[in-house]
Design a protein around this ligand. Structure first.
Ligand code: ARG
Length: 600
């Protein structure tokens, strides 16, 4: 299935080629002047320059070749040599019918060669509270997972659970000191209690205190380091205790992510890469990649000449490699964050053999990924270019600093969602929406509106920009917001229900009115929007399309009576357009991770 813009692009390319012009110049874009044309191609200008021809004359020759094309109502040369294309109503109607008939993809084409893709996102940690970086990662990653799957790839979303490393040692020591886990502190093989000695509340209380204490108390810090090392070396009691920490955290996190409509195919932890660690170290050694550096072992990843100025402790400045070497084994002998990521790449290659791994992680970790990717390529763990870090900006509070909930410090997903839900209820009451519905349904709607508001606010911004958390604005039923889009979708659902009650059915599509033309063109544009969001890994392109579609429908609905259409054929056609719009809007929202309620 091909969209009109692509089809016309091919027709113009053929006409260019027939005039001896490089068809690559034939790019067809939506018209800058929708009052004059639907699409345009500016290629004749560049081509004429290269061929030393008059651009208007060249454009006229190309236009003449397109003259007989039945899909076009008119082909005109404008200005210095633009080619303006107006699509025939019948072609628009045929394309709209195609979109309407495509329940699963609403007219969007898939990729030609599906790939296997891992998307590493959310990255929550055992016991450590989540911050806005984790929230954005979850929202963006979930959307990309859906976009990639929608286009035909095989996709695994992996939470890459932070369940290894120093924070685990901190927790073991903290729990041990409280005297509630004595059974696990014993050396030896157990058996150990099957019941967790800690709850989530315990972990959330103990971790921040332990992390703070480790900063001041050197003895405590050393004990935590030792516990980390022993855990990693496999001390059975620590392992058993650690398993409880992981299980307790994961259950709570899955519930919170679930409320946000974020689910994972894999909950692999950093720990899952551990069994590969020794094999990897040996391999890096044999390849001569692992080198000694002041007691630690590192992989050099900077290429010759890649340096930056670095200030040393004594105040002198040197040219140091940039990016800095990847620290694989610290001087104390522990595996580091980067080591885990490197081993995870190896693990994924052995288990899934992906063509592409996308890391949706805070922009602040850009250098970490640059180091890990380069080391992987050097070691041959991944094909050059098959690892991508997709960074993002921060969600800021009104003070311009990363957003925090009022309770201070910590962003609890649960608190954020319930805050949004309170606001959603308030707004629904203000707008007199959903009030006559049963309590449980009203609650479900409030939840969907809340999630839509949070996600759309995030995803309507380009991934790389930062934005300000403003719940009042996010939750408005007017403007470019999640609630506005849900409201428009629900409005169409109610129109279709009403039609069905009156025995009116969608019928063959005919296009005539300007508002119908605009709606059909917008429906056509979804395929390109999905492709662009995929190619650029930018969900905002889909968000933008959803908003444009809702607006186009609003104009159509205001200008073209549906149930009160002058005759049954026109009514059937308009109902079919409404249905196609709804289906595409619901799909686009779903790609953003947003669920549409039945009514409001
Ligand atoms: N757990 C990490 C953090 O909280 C994020 C993990 C990102 N993914 C990765 N493969 N390193 O910062």
């Amino acid at each position: 299935m091909t969209d009109l813009r692509t089809e016309l692009g091919e027709a113009v390319a053929a006409a260019f080629a027939a005039e001896g012009v490089d068809p690559k110049l034939a790019r067809v874009t939506p018209s800058d002047r929708p009052d004059l044309a639907d699409f345009q191609s500016n290629g004749a200008l560049a081509a004429a320059k290269a061929l030393k021809q008059n651009p208007r004359e060249l454009a006229a020759k190309v236009a003449a070749r397109l003259e007989g094309d039945a899909r076009l109502a008119s082909v005109e040369v404008a200005g210095p040599g633009f080619i303006n294309l107006k699509v025939a109503d019948a072609a628009l109607a045929a394309r709209a019918a195609e979109v309407a008939g495509d329940a699963a993809h609403a007219g969007a084409a898939g990729v030609e060669a599906p790939r296997k893709v891992v998307i590493d996102y959310a990255g929550p940690n055992v016991a450590k509270p989540m911050h806005v970086g984790h929230l954005r990662s979850s929202i963006i990653g979930e959307s990309l997972k859906r976009v990639f799957r929608f286009r035909g790839d095989t996709v695994w979303g992996d939470a890459h659970f932070g369940d290894w490393g120093f924070q685990m040692g901190l927790l073991i020591v903290a729990v041990g000191d409280e005297g509630r886990a004595d059974a696990f502190m014993a050396e030896g093989d157990g058996p150990f209690p099957a019941q967790s000695p800690v709850t989530l509340e315990d972990l959330e209380r103990l971790y921040p205190a332990a992390a703070a204490r480790a900063k001041e108390d050197a003895d405590f810090r050393d004990r935590a380091r030792k516990a980390t090392a022993e855990l990693q070396a496999g001390r059975p009691g620590y392992r058993a205790l650690w398993k409880h920490f992981v299980a307790v955290s994961r259950t709570a996190l899955e519930r919170e992510f679930g409320a946000l409509g974020v689910t994972f195919d894999l909950w692999n932890g950093e720990s899952d890469a551990d069994p590969l660690m020794s094999e990897m170290i040996v391999h890096l050694e044999t390849r001569g990649l692992l080198v000694e550096d002041a007691g630690a072992r590192v992989v050099h990843v900077a290429r010759p000449g890649e340096t930056r100025k670095k200030k040393l402790a004594d105040g002198s400045v040197i040219e140091a490699p940039s990016p800095p070497p990847l620290l694989v084994i610290s001087s104390e002998g522990s595996a580091m964050y980067g080591t885990t990521d490197l081993a995870t790449i190896l693990d994924r290659r052995k288990s899934l053999d992906p063509d592409l791994i996308l890391y949706v992680v805070d922009e602040r970790q850009a250098e970490h990924f640059e180091q890990v990717f380069r080391a992987s390529y050097l070691a041959g763990y991944a094909a050059e270019g098959s690892l991508e870090h997709l960074g993002f900006g921060t969600m800021n509070g009104p003070d311009g600093k990363p957003f925090k909930t009022r309770a201070g410090g910590v962003l609890k997903l649960h608190d954020l969602i319930s805050m949004a839900r309170d606001k959603a209820r308030e707004r629904l009451h203000e707008a007199k929406l959903g009030e006559d519905l049963p309590e449980a349904e009203f609650e479900d709607i409030a939840h969907k509106v809340a999630v839509a508001a949070l996600k759309f606010a995030d995803l309507s911004n380009s991934r790389t920009t930062s934005y300000i958390f403003d719940l009042d604005r996010f939750m408005s039923f007017e403007g470019k917001t999640g609630p506005y889009l849900l409201y428009q979708a629900v409005r169409i659902k109610s129109l279709l229900r009403k039609a069905a009650d009156q025995g009116a059915e969608p019928g063959p599509i005919a296009i005539g009115e300007p508002a119908e033309r605009d709606l059909a063109l917008t429906l056509d544009a979804f395929s390109q929007a999905a492709a662009e969001a995929y190619d650029k890994r930018m969900p905002h392109v889909v968000a933008e399309h959803a908003y444009r579609l809702a607006q186009s429908f609003s104009k159509f609905y205001a200008a073209c009576p549906v149930l009160a259409a002058p005759d049954a054929a026109l009514r059937g056609s308009r109902l079919a357009l409404a249905k196609a719009t709804l289906d595409q809007l619901v799909i686009a929202l779903d790609l953003l991770g947003i669920d549409t309620p039945e009514r409001m």
